[in-house]
Design a protein around this ligand. Structure first.
Ligand SMILES: [Fe+2]
Ligand SMILES: [Fe+2]
Length: 200
């Protein structure tokens, strides 16, 4: 793909699905397809390019199948540094390597790669496409969890409030599991709490 272009034809998206789905565990395909469907709806709602949202969603979990060693090998191959913080949160590795694969193996532009890079943790001051993929991943049609309805509603009413809510839920979930939340999510939560004018 041409890395300077951020809109894709239906034929290009079909070929992207074909390649990306082949890299996934078949059980993950409904989630990825749901994420694409939701990302396109959110793009329509908030004025992003729908085919760019579709492409980012199709690729967002493309390395989810890899072992920690597999992620580290990819980072080594593409010259990315693997920090101790990152290694302490193995669930985030697929966001980092997914972005690397999107760039180096699929020729995706920076805008799409960064949406993949930040889809798990979020970060302060996200781009529109980063916000859309973060939320689409969270609320796509195959998801089911307490609080989903309010997160879905917020996602179509107030993007920053939805991000603050999603990040609060995600931090609570990580803490419940006994793990330490990744520092970027804490920073992002504080940022979007302020951006959406929400008090604790
Ligand atoms: Fe993911
Ligand atoms: Fe996902």
């Amino acid at each position: 793909m041409d890395p300077n272009r951020i809109s894709y034809t239906e034929l290009e998206l079909a070929s992207l699905r074909h390649r990306a789905y082949a890299m996934l565990d078949a059980r993950r395909v409904p989630h990825v397809a749901g994420c694409e469907e939701e990302a396109v709806c959110l793009a329509g709602r908030w004025g992003a390019e729908p085919s760019a949202a579709a492409a980012a969603a199709i690729l967002h979990d493309v390395t989810k199948n890899l072992t920690v060693e597999g992620h580290m090998a990819l980072m080594l191959r593409y010259g990315a540094t693997c920090s101790d913080e990152l290694l302490a949160c193995p669930k985030i590795l697929h966001a980092v390597t997914g972005a690397l694969v999107a760039e180096h193996e699929f020729g995706m532009p920076e805008e799409i790669c960064s949406a993949i890079r930040w889809h798990t943790t979020g970060r302060p001051d996200m781009t529109l496409l980063e916000k859309i993929i973060y939320l689409a991943d969270y609320i796509e049609p195959t998801r089911a969890f307490d609080g989903l309805d309010s997160l879905r509603k917020a996602s179509y009413e107030d993007l920053d409030a939805a991000l603050a809510l999603g990040m609060r839920m995600s931090l609570a979930e990580v803490r419940r599991s006994g793990a330490e939340p990744y520092f970027e999510t804490e920073k992002a939560y504080t940022f979007y709490q302020h951006a959406a004018n929400i008090s604790e």
